[in-house]
Design a protein around this ligand. Structure first.
Ligand code: NAG
Ligand code: NAG
Ligand code: NAG
Length: 387
């Protein structure tokens, strides 16, 4: 995996106009979302989602988002694609925004892509998924998950992709190409990219240590041996390892005649020399480290289509200690261009959102200052009247 910091927008090859298919698009800008999303009934105590712009935002319509409402809850909700997405021969793009408006205490912010045929009415943590992608923050742990289900096992990307942590909205984009490479963009800039083969453990190793081979009994891999001519000095063991603590005399009230002998606690003896070991000399019979020979792994298999999934739903299946996270602009498409167009609109709202936050922060600071001043005035007036 390469972590990238340079601003580099992935653009489609000019002149290749392939008809884009949008499999899922949700902006929460009106109330039609209600017809799409299905709350899981797997548990009675799931946290609720509601529509909100959050306390600071760029635009009253475009910033409407799905917001988690209840602290210390599991969440489970899903929505179907307009049609099943088989990504065997297509680029798969998943993009959405997350805003941890209340900071980075502890909240999952990832999205899951589910295969067709799962019981979404009873969606829960055990429901199988194809892809899990997006940020997960908990104190100092702030990472972007990228997990692929392969051969019925969830496999995490190797290496860490750090997630940005501030209270602002961030856009997460996952692109999986049919040539089995991927790119992860944050705020429409490439953050990590690589090959699925290199960055995930999909397959058993090609070779294994030969089970029939073992180190010959006479193989000498001791680099040094004891010098037989070296002898322990006579006075080596004169000092014991522990001695009675000189700083632990009997207490004043202790009467040896009545109370018996006082035993001091034992402490390490500073004069103890440790265990004696003979001097080491090079081993004339040393053969080097034994290397276990490898053979082809009979269980090895390889499958071309590690990027290929049949997918049918987006789902939020999360645990949040700190609720209030906002999710928006969810897109599943086969078109990188469509994702970039939507990302451009998102990026254009970043400065207004930042300014709205700054304004709110300034107002907060001014309020705190006014309250402090009022309290001080009150205290001064009280002191005056008591004189
Ligand atoms: C993918 O392309 C191959 C080769 O053209 C074709 O045989 C196969 O049916 C395609 N699969 C899908 C799901 O489109
Ligand atoms: C994989 O496909 C993408 C999109 O067409 C392309 O940009 C990239 O260079 C390809 N990577 C390899 C290793 O072929
Ligand atoms: C190990 O040795 C046995 C007996 O010679 C043989 O049948 C078997 O195939 C060997 N196993 C491997 C992995 O080479």
């Amino acid at each position: 995996m390469r972590l990238t910091t340079a601003l580099s927008l992935l653009l489609g090859v000019p002149g290749t106009l392939v008809a884009a298919t949008t499999y899922f698009r949700e902006t929460f800008d009106d109330d039609a979302w209600k017809t799409r999303w299905l709350q899981s009934s797997s548990r009675a105590d799931y946290g609720k989602f509601a529509i909100s712009t959050g306390t600071f935002f760029a635009d009253p319509v475009a910033s409407r988002a799905f917001q988690t409402q209840d602290d210390a809850r599991n969440y489970a909700i899903s929505a179907p694609f307009t049609k099943e997405f088989d990504s065997t021969n297509s680029t798969f793009v998943l993009q959405y925004s997350v805003k941890f408006e209340r900071g980075s205490n502890c909240a999952g912010g990832y999205i899951k892509i589910l295969p067709p045929g799962v019981d979404v009415a009873r969606l829960n943590g055990e429901t199988p998924y194809n892809i899990m992608f997006g940020p997960d923050i908990c104190g100092p742990d702030q990472k972007v998950h990228f997990i692929l289900n392969y051969d019925k096992e969830n496999r995490m990307i190797q290496g860490e992709i750090p997630a940005p942590i501030d209270q602002l909205s961030h856009l997460y984009t996952l692109i999986i190409y049919p040539n089995q490479t991927y790119a992860i963009l944050i705020d429409n800039e490439v953050d990590a990219e690589g090959s699925l083969f290199d960055d995930f453990d999909f397959f058993p190793p090609k070779t294994i240590p030969d089970p029939n081979a073992s180190k010959p009994a006479d193989w000498d891999d001791r680099e040094t041996i004891d010098d037989e001519t070296d002898e322990m000095p006579d006075d080596w063991e004169d000092e014991p390892e522990e001695i009675p603590d000189p700083e632990d005399p009997p207490p004043k009230y202790w009467n040896e005649d009545v109370d018996g002998e006082w035993f001091r606690t034992m402490v390490p003896n500073p004069l103890w020399k440790g265990e004696w070991t003979p001097r080491q000399i090079p081993n004339p019979k040393y053969k080097g480290a034994w290397v276990h020979p490898e053979i082809a792994n009979p269980k090895y298999f390889y499958h071309q289509n590690v990027h290929a999934y049949k997918s049918a739903y987006v789902a939020f299946e999360l645990w949040q200690v700190t609720a209030g996270s906002l999710f928006d602009d969810i897109l599943v498409t086969d078109s990188v261009e469509e994702a970039h167009a939507m990302a451009a609109a998102f990026v254009a709202r970043r400065v207004p959102e930042y300014k709205a936050k700054e304004k709110l922060d300034n107002e907060d600071r001014a309020r705190v200052r006014r309250e402090k001043e009022a309290k001080e005035k009150e205290k001064a007036a009280k002191g005056h009247s008591e004189l």
